[in-house]
Design a protein. Structure first.
Length: 86
């Protein structure tokens, strides 16, 4: 059977339909580290990024604190360690 140029759009559509849908969780998005500086604007900006990452990845509420705690560094990590000990 000889194909015609009219068959080409149909073949392209079938190839497109047979491809799996993209999985947007395939790319790596991480929460940035936070050192605990006393700069309110820096903290609020960091929190906005954290919330966007949680929203994108559909992180359940019960896991959010644990994820954030892993990204605390320096003064923020020390504060968290002391907070957990109390």
């Amino acid at each position: 059977m000889v194909s015609t140029s009219e068959d080409e759009p149909l073949r392209r559509l079938r190839r497109r339909e047979s491809r799996p849908l993209p999985n947007f969780n395939d790319f790596k998005v991480e929460i940035p580290e936070f050192e605990g500086k006393l700069d309110l604007d820096e903290f609020l900006g960091w929190m906005q990024i954290v919330e966007r990452v949680f929203d994108l990845k559909d992180v359940p509420e019960e896991r959010k604190v644990k994820h954030v705690a892993l990204k605390l560094r320096k003064c923020a990590s020390l504060w968290w360690t002391n907070r957990c000990a109390k």
